[in-house]
Design a protein around this ligand. Structure first.
Ligand code: FAD
Length: 450
């Protein structure tokens, strides 16, 4: 048996940030990852990241923005595109080379005092009626497992959510255990090298093509003048006749026919893509990153939120260690920080995802082509600001006779207002959470099942 103050399971962005933040505050931290040390940080990904979380790390922890070989492209705009309409939004960030960036973060963690146990898989949580006490882990190639006991255990195991799913619900009912098919996207991507320069400098494109089941999309992210990260993804509950790779190739060849590119790298994985866990703590436990549904449910960007959530998890853990209290109440500040940072905005973006499931790409094009929904109004909805009554009235007039589309727009606008009001009252104690969560679920399920 091994003892530590903080045990972090998973060395992706959420895990490394949790670990290094707690270690920088002077606490003993063990980070376990199933991967080998040199593979930590390497992940099949679209590689795009928004500037916001990177600035947070720079400001709070002095972690320099990605630079040198870590950056494949600087991004200025995010473009939503269908076959007929194009919507550019300002969106500064990067397309990264994730592996060197992840390895730099790991190095900072080690220099801050984190003990990394690579090739070590967490099997399940150690739990008693007072809380989570650590995890049972197993080294690669070994038949024996052993226990790591910790004051706080942070689950950053991504899609596996290995610790959260092994915590008995009956002991800590505020912590949700499910990960349903409709909340997980399957995704496949290739990095291709072109024979000629492409026209996508400094851009990332999300393309809604009618052969991809909505709200899934095809993406084109620039990684230098002749390189692109191109991928496809949709939700696991969608029934699709063709295989993902076949459909990928079909869409890719609309842009780059066979023979115009070489595949440098390929791979796929699943992404939990839903509004975040409304509560991600239990006594002695925090979940961060994909394991807590921290991926943007509209764009599927999860790298940035995982970094921010990891920082909050490490910070709240060290505050708890200082007062030797790992109760749900003491850790509750983590929920508040996540909700304030991206929790509310991701929840509102879930409305877009639901609407797109209903109106489909042709519906979206109808709204844009006829100028029923303007770019400013789209941005107001997308950023969660919502629309005023007079604007809604004008849209209704212009949208006649497509009341099905208008109803969906109306539900987004209404949902945004409701969530803004509800999150103003986000509970400050775990005791208030069940009633608040019931209100939340009533609104969310009503929207999801309309
Ligand atoms: C194809 C694809 C494209 C994507 N594109 C983008 C994009 O362009 N932009 C963006 O922001 N996000 C993108 N994402 C999402 C992004 O990759 C994730 O949201 C982000 O990596 C989440 O970080 P994390 O630390 O929570 O989990 P992960 O990065 O998944 O890290 C989890 C870590 O836990 C380890 N682990 C898992 N189980 C165990 C266990 N039992 N014991 C020990 N270790 C374990 C894993 O080895 C891994 O190192 C994409 C995802 C996919 C699959």
């Amino acid at each position: 048996m091994v003892n530590t103050e903080v045990l972090v399971v998973g060395g992706g962005p959420a895990g490394v940030l949790s670990a290094l933040t707690a270690a920088k505050n002077g606490h003993s931290v063990i980070l376990v990852d199933a991967k080998s040390y040199t593979e930590i940080g390497n992940k099949t990904c679209g590689d795009a990241i928004n500037l916001g979380p990177l600035k947070l790390l720079d400001k709070e922890l002095g972690i320099q923005l990605p630079h040198g070989e870590e950056v494949a492209e600087s991004v200025e705009s995010l473009v939503f595109q269908t076959e007929r309409v194009t919507f550019p939004l300002s969106g500064p960030g990067f397309v990264l080379n994730r592996h060197p960036y992840g390895q730099r973060l790991l190095k900072i963690a080690v220099e801050s005092g984190v003990e990394v146990r690579a090739d070590t898989k967490a099997i399940r949580a150690i739990v008693d009626e007072t809380g989570v006490k650590g995890a049972i882990v197993q080294e690669k190639g070994s038949k024996e497992s052993y226990e790591i006991h910790a004051f706080i255990t942070i689950d950053c195991s991504g899609r596996n959510y290995q610790i959260r799913k092994t915590i008995p619900t009956e002991l800590f009912p505020n912590l949700e255990k499910k990960m349903e098919k409709r909340d997980v996207a399957a995704s496949y991507r290739e990095i291709i090298r072109l024979k000629e320069d492409h026209p996508y400098d400094n851009k990332i494109l999300l393309i809604y093509d009618s052969i991809i089941p909505e709200p899934g999309y095809f993406w084109i992210f620039s990684k230098g003048k002749k390189r692109l990260n191109i991928g496809i993804g949709w939700y696991l509950d969608m029934s699709v006749e063709k295989g993902m790779k076949e459909l990928f190739r079909e869409v890719l060849h609309k842009y780059y026919p066979q023979g115009t590119y070489e595949v440098e790298d390929k791979g796929g994985y699943t992404i939990p893509t839903r509004y975040p866990l409304m509560n991600a703590v239990a006594p002695g436990f925090i979940a961060a990153g994909d394991s807590a549904f921290h991926v943007n449910p509209f764009s599927a960007e999860g790298h940035g939120p995982a970094l921010s959530a990891g920082y909050y998890a490490g910070k709240i853990s060290s505050e708890a260690l200082k007062v030797k209290d790992a109760s749900e109440q003491q850790l509750w500040g983590y929920n508040t920080a996540v909700m304030k940072d991206f929790g509310l905005s991701h929840t509102k973006l879930q409305l877009f995802t639901e609407a797109l499931r209903k109106v489909k790409t042709p519906g979206l094009e109808y709204l844009f082509k006829r100028n029923i929904l303007t770019q400013d109004q789209f941005m107001a909805l997308h950023s969660g600001k919502g629309l005023g009554k007079s604007e809604i009235f004008k849209i209704i007039l212009k949208g006649f006779p497509r009341y099905d589309l208008l109803l969906n727009l109306y539900k987004i606008a209404k949902g945004i207002q409701k969530f803004n009001r509800l999150f103003d009252r986000y509970p400050s104690t775990p005791q208030e959470f069940p009633d608040w969560e019931n209100e939340f679920l009533l609104i969310m399920n009503n929207i999801r099942n309309w």
